[in-house]
Write a protein that binds this ligand. Structure first.
Ligand SMILES: [Zn+2]
Length: 466
């Protein structure tokens, strides 16, 4: 999928790059970018001599894309019972490689046992596998029986070895202690699962949620540490309740009904950011349409054989709502199918009201896969975002949101992470599907395929508001 460019010289002069200035929304004529030791030294400069060179021949160079919501380590193990197969570790490598091949240079991983994640981060940093920079949340905060209800804490001994996938603090003090532990392990996001409505939606079941005092304590602890609190939500009632807390971001969207104008204003006035992850909703609603990709040769590059087998099984049976077994994991698809349009309308209305949004795919959550960030940008455009704002949602605005001011712009002094594509994304965001090179902190990779795979044959955006 990728070929590493063998620059032994720490100085690399990129020539004939058309640089996208995402602040001004302008594409330059062919120019130069000088990088050294993983940093941008100069832009539009003369050849300093002595540098290795890379001639981009007029390709477009943008700041490296940031995907603000992924599960980069997801081994597609929802259908696995007991101890995950060893192939799941190989799948993590594939996820990292496919992410870079899609031009994504930084991701927020929104739920992984922290020690497994750190192992993978170190593998990427030491050059053991191509991969993006990973900003971690570690395990998700919830309560016993709370969302995600299929995920449970592992026994303490296993937790000490690999980290916990889920934390269920009972007091504000316990929540703060766990947040401090995760921070000490490198986590820079606090992720909370908060959905009192069952994933089945239509069955009327409710789920318990983290107690109010515990959530307040967690928010305080996170902000003392300087990290954001990002909350999974889906239900309008939860949204109202969550806005009473000092949270930073709502993940996904409200899907049980259309939000009213005063509710939209309430969200805007609260100052929260939204990471709508339209890709995962779309994927859940119409997963069976992605089976063409799973049967293609390209899928063999994306997935370990065991992962592919499970995905095909899920895909083929996804819409069989009569199967009892599916009530626990995939039966909620029907709810998503029913609710996706409402969620899209809510996203459009929140956007129109000026609520800040960042781009995230939720790839790794079984039905969405590395490479789909370009489609997420198209989906953001479909709900009313301008092309340049969709690009900003994955570059400079995303960089600010993830507290990485060194990313997101092609300027001297910033980290040398770039996405090199064919075409002008200011005219057509599909240019992001034609990734030619990706540079992560000064390491250059050449994509072996001229285009990303067609995850959605015949569709760029499945639903349209008009
Ligand atoms: Zn997620």
């Amino acid at each position: 999928m990728l070929e590493k460019l063998p620059f032994a010289n720490p100085r690399v002069l990129v020539r004939n790059a058309r640089v996208l200035d995402v602040e001004r929304g302008e594409l330059s004529g062919p120019t130069t970018v000088l990088c050294q030791n993983g940093m941008i030294r100069d832009v539009d400069c003369a050849d300093p001599g002595g540098a290795a060179t890379l001639d981009l021949q007029g390709l477009t160079l943008t700041p490296g894309l940031i995907d603000c919501h992924v599960h980069i380590l997801s081994p597609y193990m929802t259908e696995q019972k007991g101890v995950p197969g060893l192939w799941t570790f190989k799948q993590m490598d594939r996820n990292c490689i496919a992410t870079v091949a899609a031009g994504v240079t930084c991701v927020c991983d929104m739920l992984s046992p922290i020690k497994i994640l750190n192992r993978q981060k170190n593998k990427v940093l030491s050059g053991g596998v191509p991969g993006p920079e990973i900003i971690a949340s570690g395990g998700i905060f919830s309560c016993e029986g709370g969302y995600p209800e299929a995920v449970h804490p592992v026994p303490a001994i296993a937790g000490a070895l690999v980290g916990q996938p889920k934390y269920e603090p009972k007091t504000p003090r316990e929540a703060a202690r766990i947040a401090e532990y995760l921070y000490s392990q490198g986590a820079r996001i606090i992720k909370v699962g908060y959905t009192r409505l069952s994933r089945m939606l239509v069955d009327g079941r409710t789920l318990p949620a983290i107690a109010d005092d515990v959530l307040h304590g967690l928010c305080n602890a996170a902000h003392r540490l300087g990290v954001k609190v990002r909350v999974h939500h889906n239900w309008s009632e939860d949204m109202h309740h969550l806005l009473e807390f000092d949270i930073d971001c709502l993940e996904h969207g409200v899907y049980d009904r259309d939000l009213l104008d005063d509710e939209i204003q309430k969200v805007r006035d609260s100052g929260v950011t939204i990471c709508p992850t339209l890709t995962i909703n779309d994927s859940q609603a119409r997963f069976e349409e992605k089976i063409g990709f799973l049967k293609s040769d390209r899928a063999l590059e994306f997935f370990e054989p065991q992962a592919l087998e499970k995905l095909k099984f899920v895909c083929e049976t996804w819409t069989d709502f009569s199967a009892v077994d599916y009530s626990g994991s995939f039966g909620y698809t029907r709810a998503n199918r029913y609710c996706y349009a409402a969620e899209e309308r809510n996203t459009a209305n929140l956007l129109a009201a000026g609520v800040p949004m960042v781009a995230g795919t939720d790839i790794g959550a079984v039905v969405a896969w590395p490479g789909e960030l370009a489609d997420e940008l198209l989906r953001l455009e479909s709900v009313g975002m301008s092309k340049i704002d969709a690009i900003r949602a994955a570059t400079n605005r995303a960089a600010e949101f993830v507290d990485r001011p060194d990313l997101g712009l092609v300027k001297p002094g910033r980290t040398a992470s770039f996405t090199v594509i064919e075409g002008n994304p200011l005219e057509d965001l599909r240019a992001f599907k034609k990734v030619r090179y990706t540079c992560v902190r000064g390491s250059w990779f050449k994509a072996k395929h001229p285009e990303l795979p067609d995850f959605w044959p015949g569709h760029d955006v499945l639903f349209s508001l008009d």
